[in-house]
Design a protein around this ligand. Structure first.
Ligand code: GDP
Length: 445
C-alpha cells in the first residue's frame, strides 16, 4: 500500500535528515517536493495545498529551526499532520448497532467490492462481537449478485435472506427488517444494488430503501485504487444519502493512496475500515497512525525523534555545543555522548531506526562497534580522576595502566578511546570554526 508515495517521500526526507541546520528555504524546497509527491499520489490539489501550509507553519517555527535535528523534526511534523488529516472523530471500528435489530446500509458503485465487504463486515460482527447477523442482497437487476452473497454467507456461517424472485428493493428491505426482528438478529446488512456510474434511478432506489430501513449506519464502499474518483463518488453519495462512514477497498494493491488522505478532508466523512484482500477476513479497522507510517515508509524515524526529544533536552544540547565551539571537548563530554547513545537504546537501535542504516549497523557490529564497547568506554572514563577527565593530556603510561586496570580492561583499549577522543575533539574544533558544528550535531542523531 502507498508504495509510490512512500518512496517519493523517503527520497525527500533522506536529503532533509542528512543536513544539519535548516534554513526556511530548505524547508520550503523540501515541502514543495512533498506537495508534488502528494499530487502524484492523487491527493486533490486543495487538500495537498492546505496540508503543506499547515506543515510549513509548524516547521518554520523557531523551536524547530534551532533544534539539533531540524530535518527529522520536519519529518515528524509531516507525520503528525498526516495523522491529523486522516483521523475522524470517535472509534472508526465501532458501529452503531445497539437496539437490535440494527440496520446497516451498504452503498457504492458496482465493482467497488460492496458485496465482498458486506460479507467481511458480517463475519467481523459475528466473530469479533458475537452478534447474530443477517445479510440481504437488494440487487434485483443482477441475480448473480444475490447468489454471490448467499454463497459468501454459507462460507462464513452468516444467514442470508431467502431470495424471492420479482420483489423490488424496497420490498426486500422490508422483508429483511421483518425477518431480522422475528428471528432475533442483532444486525442486518442491506447490500444495495450498484451501478457502474452514479445515476438518478439508482439514487432514488437507494433513498427509498433508506427511508424504509432507517439505517443506523450508511457505509459507502469505494475502490481505493480509483484515487480522486473515489473522493468524487463519496461526495456525491454523501450529498444524496448522508453517509456515516467510508470503507476503502483494495488497499492491499499498489495504489497511490491519495484517496485516503483526500477522503476525509474533502467529504468530512471518516474512513471506518479498509479492505486488504479478496478473502472474507481481509478487513481491518482504519488506523491513521499505521497508514501515516506506511505513507512515510521510512523506518521508525518518528520513534527516533521522539526518543531523542525525551532523552536530550535542546537546551542541554546547546550548552554542549557552546563548549565544543570553544574547542572544549574533554572526557566528560565524550562520556555524555556515549551515555546519550546508550539511553537511546544503544548503537544498534539508533542505527536501526535510521532509514537505510540497517546494513551499516551490521557492518559496525562486525567491526566491534557495539553496545558492549560503549559500556567499556564509559567504564574507562569512570576510572579516570576528575583532573584526568578534564585534561586527557595528563595520561602517561602509569596513569593509563591504572585506569585500564580499574576498568578491568587492556591499555590498548584505552589508547583506542583516547585516539577516538582526539579525533572527535579535532573535528569539533574545525567544525566550530567553520560554524558547521550544528550541522554535525544534527547528523549524529
Ligand atoms: P461489488 O460489485 O461492489 O459487489 O463488488 P464485489 O464484492 O463483487 O467485488 C469485486 C471484486 O473485487 C471481487 O473480485 C472481489 O474479490 C474484489 N475485492 C473486493 N474487496 C477487495 C479488496 O479489499 N482487495 C482486493 N484485492 N480485492 C477485493
Amino acid at each position: 500500500m502507498f508504495e509510490n508515495l512512500s518512496e517519493r517521500l523517503s527520497g525527500v526526507f533522506d536529503r532533509l535528515t542528512r543536513q544539519g541546520a535548516l534554513t526556511e528555504d530548505d524547508v520550503r524546497t523540501a515541502l514543495r517536493e512533498v506537495r508534488v509527491a502528494l499530487l502524484e499520489a492523487d491527493v486533490s490539489l486543495p487538500v495537498a495545498r492546505d496540508f503543506i501550509k499547515r506543515v510549513q507553519a509548524k516547521a518554520t517555527g523557531s523551536a524547530v529551526m534551532k533544534s539539533i535535528t531540524p530535518g527529522q523534526q520536519v519529518v515528524k511534523i509531516v507525520h503528525d499532520e498526516l495523522i491529523a488529516t486522516l483521523t475522524g472523530e470517535g472509534d472508526p471500528g465501532k458501529l452503531k448497532i445497539d437496539n437490535p435489530p440494527a440496520p446497516i446500509l451498504m452503498v457504492g458503485l458496482q465493482g467497488s467490492g460492496k458485496t465482498t465487504t458486506t460479507a467481511k463486515l458480517a463475519r467481523r460482527l459475528k466473530d469479533r462481537e458475537g452478534k447474530r447477523v443477517l445479510m440481504a442482497s437488494l440487487d434485483t437487476n443482477r441475480p448473480a449478485a444475490m447468489e454471490q452473497l448467499a454463497i459468501l454467507g454459507t462460507q462464513i456461517g452468516v444467514d442470508t435472506l431467502p431470495i424471492v424472485a420479482g420483489q423490488t428493493a424496497v420490498q426486500i428491505a422490508k422483508r429483511a427488517k421483518q425477518q431480522a426482528t422475528l428471528g432475533g438478529y442483532d444486525v442486518f446488512l442491506l447490500d444495495t444494488a450498484g451501478r457502474l456510474h452514479i445515476d438518478d434511478v439508482l439514487m432514488d432506489e437507494v433513498q427509498a430503501v433508506r427511508d424504509v430501513a432507517a439505517p443506523r449506519e450508511t457505509l459507502l464502499v469505494v475502490d481505493g485504487l480509483t484515487g480522486q474518483d473515489a473522493v468524487n463518488v463519496a461526495a456525491e453519495f454523501d450529498g444524496k444519502l448522508g453517509v456515516s462512514g467510508v470503507i476503502l477497498t483494495r488497499m492491499d494493491g499498489d495504489g497511490r493512496g491519495g484517496a485516503a488522505l483526500s477522503m476525509r478532508a474533502v467529504t468530512g466523512k471518516p474512513i471506518r475500515f479498509v479492505g486488504l484482500g479478496e478473502k472474507t477476513d481481509a478487513l481491518e479497522v482504519f488506523d491513521p497512525q499505521r497508514i501515516a507510517g506506511r505513507i512515510l515508509g521510512m523506518g521508525d524515524i518518528v520513534a527516533l525523534v521522539e526518543k531523542a526529544q525525551e532523552t536530550l533536552e535542546v537546551e542541554q544540547a546547546e550548552r554542549m555545543m557552546k563548549r565544543f565551539q570553544k574547542g572544549q571537548f574533554n572526557m566528560n563530554d565524550l562520556k555524555g555522548q556515549l551515555e546519550q547513545m546508550m539511553k537511546m537504546g544503544g548503537m544498534q537501535s539508533v542505527m536501526g531506526m535510521m532509514p537505510g542504516m540497517g546494513k551499516m549497523s551490521k557492518q559496525a557490529e562486525a567491526a566491534g562497534f557495539d553496545d558492549k564497547m560503549l559500556r567499556r568506554q564509559v567504564a574507562l572514563i569512570d576510572s579516570m580522576t576528575r583532573k584526568e577527565r578534564a585534561n586527557p593530556a595528563l595520561l602517561q603510561a602509569s596513569r593509563k595502566k591504572r585506569i585500564a586496570k580499574g576498568a578491568g580492561l587492556e591499555v590498548s583499549e584505552l589508547n583506542r578511546l583516547l585516539k577516538q577522543h582526539r579525533q572527535m575533539a579535532d573535528m569539533m574544533k574545525k567544525l566550530g570554526k567553520k560554524g558547521m558544528l550544528k550541522q554535525a550535531m544534527g547528523s549524529m542523531f
